[in-house]
Design a protein around this ligand. Structure first.
Ligand code: NIG
Ligand code: FE
Length: 397
């Protein structure tokens, strides 16, 4: 198909704006993009959709979600408002572990039915690619169950789903005080099984005092490397554990959260080309006061991505455009950085070289916005000016 009269933000060189532009698509790929006046004759006969001057961007990419889970944590939200901290709730067996109890008790089909409306909200905010992590099963069987659900989302919705093994998300009660035994007996076997079943694209972990140390995680990242799977890490969210530097040593695709990232961590990420995934929803929900070192990351040339971190505890938020707004207002990203963060840089955080910009040869995932300037996508609070989406060259009704 041929999209005409678009205000294109190609995301090459900042916004890479092209006024009155056309995008020609061949199958699920972009064949040509440029000014209407330069449109080659070969594409003029394609079925046309007139964007009427609307802004067209790459389809948005949510590169960090925990969209598969059962139950909710509204009661903990209330406990926190009555003075308890996220860590206190976690140590008392609540937090992630309360979602683990609910998720273990829920069937694969029900988990899928619970996840799809959340994914629909992400799609409504412009997402055409999402990442989904396991990490609320914490047994071999339940981690595999979650990963099968994550894979099945892509069969029911037009989004691309990248799945991430996150068995090292929390230490379940049966392994309390034994993180190394948990890694050896659950995280590693579930990683091998998930890999053998073709259920995962990457390996993640939660490096934190309430979860795993760098030392605990070394065998897991070694196994990921042996299997040829890329790694990423929840790092420096609540304290500085040297997680980002550890991840960078393993050539991680991304290190995520990063509120407590040190100057050494920034330098290690810059040297390794590891993407900084900024998660303002968790910062906001936990009323964190420590800001991630945005200026240092920017100055070091570390690419920054922005994601929802959609999860029942620290970020019950299913809007990428709200995450972009929060990244701008809370973290002082520019709207151009926020949009790069949900397009080109988010693609890189997932190891996807085939999307995130409007360039010939890349996947034709596009968003058409009722907007004329890309800053409008980040500017509105909780409103998404999305007009239509194109998934792999197909206009979504
Ligand atoms: O990214 N930090 C660890 N994992 C999630 C929290 C998950 C939860 O609280 O259920 C996060 O914030
Ligand atoms: Fe997370």
């Amino acid at each position: 198909m041929l999209l005409t009269h678009a205000t294109l933000a190609t995301m090459t060189n900042g916004y890479g704006l092209i006024p009155d532009a056309a995008v020609a698509m061949d199958g699920n790929r972009i064949a040509w993009a440029g000014p209407m006046a330069d449109l080659p004759a070969t594409y003029r006969a394609l079925p046309e959709h007139d964007a009427n001057g609307r802004l067209v961007t790459p389809g948005l990419i949510d590169c960090h979600t925990h969209a598969v889970f059962a139950g909710h944590r509204a009661v903990e939200f209330e406990l926190r408002l009555n003075g308890a901290s996220y860590e206190e709730i976690a140590w008392a067996g609540g937090g992630i572990l309360s979602t683990v109890t609910a998720t273990r008790a829920t069937s694969e089909d029900t988990l899928l039915a619970l996840a799809l409306p959340r994914v629909d909200q992400l799609i409504a905010s412009g997402a055409t690619t999402i990442e989904v992590k396991s990490g609320y099963g914490l047994t071999v069987t339940d981690e595999l169950k979650m990963l099968r659900v994550a894979r099945r989302i892509g069969l029911h919705r037009p989004v691309t789903v990248k799945t991430t093994h996150l068995a090292a998300h929390a230490i379940p009660p049966e392994y309390k005080g034994q993180p190394k035994a948990y890694i050896a007996e659950v995280a590693l076997p579930s990683l091998r099984d998930a890999y053998a079943d073709g259920l995962i694209d990457a390996v993640d972990a939660f490096c934190e005092t309430i979860a795993f140390s760098v030392e605990d995680l070394a065998p897991l990242f070694a196994e990921a490397r042996a299997l040829g799977l890329p790694v990423k890490l929840h790092a420096e969210q609540l304290t500085d554990q040297g997680g980002a530097a550890f991840a960078a040593r393993h050539a991680a695709l991304s290190a995520d959260h990063l509120e407590y990232l040190s100057a050494e961590g920034v330098a290690a990420m810059a040297a390794a080309g590891t993407v900084a995934v900024i998660l303002p929803g968790a910062f906001y929900t936990l009323r964190e006061s420590q800001l991630p070192p945005i200026t240092a990351l920017r100055d070091a040339g570390v690419p920054m991505a922005v994601a929802t971190d959609l999860n029942p505890g620290s970020s019950p938020m299913a809007s990428l455009t709200l995450a972009m707004n929060m990244a701008c207002t809370l973290f002082r990203l520019t709207p151009a950085e926020a949009l790069l963060g949900t397009t080109a840089h988010a693609a890189r955080a997932l190891g996807l070289a085939d999307r995130g910009r409007i360039v010939p040869g890349l996947r034709a995932d596009l968003c058409i916005w009722d907007a004329d300037h890309p800053a409008e996508i980040s500017y509105r609070i909780g409103a998404t000016p999305l007009y239509k989406r194109i998934f792999g060259g197909h206009l979504d009704a």
